[in-house]
Structures are given as structure tokens and as C-alpha cells.
Design a binder for this molecule. Structure first.
Ligand SMILES: [Zn+2]
Ligand SMILES: [Zn+2]
Length: 288
């Protein structure tokens, strides 16, 4: 009898457990039958457990969704501070200046900005050149002009005075005549060398030599005046001849000087002439 009772109790328990099918293993079945409405309670517990397990599954989706949204951020400003709205732009007109272009700037309080209506920069409106320092035969001068709009200053060198230019030009032409007679190409007049020959013409009045008054070689005058790129250089000097023709004759009658005038190593020349108490001092510098 007692055994039969046991069996029937087990059967009742089995029926209960069948009714609870679909519930999770975690639920404590043993207590369910004795609590009124325990079935519902355990179900609600389970469903909440279900919800939380669903959440853990869906989490990676959410984060992947968030990352796929990230590239869109620059287009749509963060929603935290601003809801979608029609931009209310503050409009600022920036006028063009001498050195900067003009434009219209639109700014919304949300941070959205845009720029358009570009106008090119005006460029400076310079006034007349004013001489700051006058050039001499041996030093360049300096001139300056000012923008009448912004005050920006611009400076430029004034070339040295081309001293005795008529005589220098005559010597230059006679040199090229001699070269043509010898079947050689003409030399170019090197304006950038003029300062060097003018300096040397003044120096040979003081010391008639290829060694300068400061005891350096005559060619040190070249790098001193930013002439650094040459493969060959030569110097002829003369004193006392009264015409260009006379000085060329003197040089052509002297082997070393003639060699310089008729050298194939040179491509350019400049001629300096200085005068003191009616006496002329002549300098040729050749360069190649
Ligand atoms: Zn806005
Ligand atoms: Zn300006």
C-alpha cells in the first residue's frame, strides 16, 4: 500500500513536470507545486532569463550597427546636441585684400559651416619707386616702393653706374673684331661682371698689379660679388692709353694679354675704365 502511494505521488510529480515543459533547467521545480501560482512565477522568471540571454546575443549586432554608423558622423552632426533642424546660418562677408581672397562664411550654431562667393585677392597697388641709396661705380643702389592700400614695402637693387660706358663698349667691340679675325666666336658682355671690373679699375689706380691692394689674387673680386660659377677666368690691365683702339693695340702686342683676348676658354667679358687726373686705367675680366 505504502509503495503504491509513493508511485502515485511520483506520477503526480511527473505530470507537474510535464506541465512545466519548456522551462529551463535552472528553475527549481521541487518548490513550484507548493507555491500557489508558482507555475506563472517560474515562467516569468524564465522569460526574464530568456530576455537577458536574448540581449547578450543581440549585443554584438548593436555594436556592429554602431560601427557601421560611424562613417556617417561627419555628414550628420551628433544627435546629442542637436535634433534634425533647418540650419539657421549667420552670414559673414570677408572682403578680399591685397594678399587674401574674399568669401562669404555661413555658420550655424550646430557647427555646420559653408563658404562660397569667392573673390580673388586684389594684389598690391604700388606707388612710385623711391631711391633709398644711390648706386655708384662699385656698389649697387637700393630703391623702394610702398603699397598704397596695405603699406607693404617692396625693394629692388639699382644696378651700379656703368662708368665710362662709351669707352667700355668700344673696347668690347674691338675685342670681338680681333676674335672674328682669328675665326673665334664673339664674347658676350657680362653685365653682372661690371661691378668687378669697376672695382678693379679703381684698385689699379692705387696698385697697378694683378694682386689687389688687400694682397689677394685679382680673381677674389668674383666670389665677393656672387660670381661663383665659372670654369676659367682671366684679367688684362693697362694704364695710360688714351683711346680704346690704343689699349687694344697695346694688349695685342703683348703675348700674355693677346692670349686672353683670343682664348677659346672664355665666353664672356666686362670692361672697366677709370680716370684720374686725365690718365685712364683699363681692366678686362674674361670668364668662361
Ligand atoms: Zn545647424
Ligand atoms: Zn597691398
Amino acid at each position: 500500500m505504502f509503495y503504491k502511494k509513493h508511485i502515485s505521488f511520483l506520477i503526480i510529480c511527473l505530470i507537474f513536470s510535464l506541465l512545466l515543459s519548456g522551462c529551463r533547467d535552472t528553475v527549481d521545480y521541487s518548490s513550484s507545486p507548493v507555491i500557489p501560482g508558482g507555475e506563472d512565477l517560474t515562467h516569468s522568471e524564465v522569460s526574464s532569463a530568456d530576455a537577458s540571454s536574448d540581449l547578450t546575443v543581440s549585443e554584438p549586432e548593436q555594436s556592429s550597427q554602431a560601427s557601421s554608423e560611424t562613417p556617417l558622423k561627419p555628414v550628420n552632426p551628433p544627435a546629442s546636441s542637436t535634433a534634425p533642424h533647418l540650419h539657421a546660418f549667420k552670414i559673414t562677408r570677408v572682403e578680399s585684400t591685397c594678399t587674401k581672397e574674399g568669401y562669404t562664411l555661413y555658420e550655424c550654431s550646430c557647427g555646420e559651416t559653408k563658404i562660397d562667393d569667392y573673390v580673388p585677392k586684389k594684389g598690391h597697388t604700388f606707388g612710385e619707386w623711391n631711391t633709398v641709396t644711390e648706386p655708384t661705380a662699385t656698389a649697387v643702389g637700393l630703391k623702394e616702393r610702398t603699397c598704397t592700400v596695405c603699406g607693404e614695402k617692396e625693394t629692388e637693387q639699382i644696378p651700379i653706374v656703368y662708368a665710362y660706358s662709351a669707352l667700355s663698349k668700344e673696347v668690347f667691340e674691338l675685342v670681338n673684331n680681333e676674335r672674328a679675325n682669328a675665326g673665334l666666336p664673339a664674347l658676350a658682355y657680362r653685365q653682372d661682371l661690371q661691378i668687378c671690373v669697376n672695382i678693379r679699375a679703381e684698385e689699379i689706380m692705387e696698385k697697378f698689379d694683378h694682386i689687389r691692394p688687400n694682397n689677394t689674387e685679382c680673381f677674389t673680386v668674383l666670389p665677393e660679388n656672387n660670381i661663383d660659377e665659372y670654369s676659367a677666368a682671366g684679367e688684362n690691365i693697362a694704364e695710360g692709353q688714351e683711346t680704346a683702339k690704343a689699349v687694344i693695340e697695346s694688349w695685342m702686342n703683348s703675348e700674355g694679354h693677346k692670349e686672353n683676348i683670343l682664348s677659346e676658354k672664355y665666353t664672356g667679358i666686362a670692361i672697366g675704365v677709370a680716370e684720374k687726373d686725365g690718365r685712364y686705367y683699363w681692366v678686362q675680366i674674361f670668364i668662361g
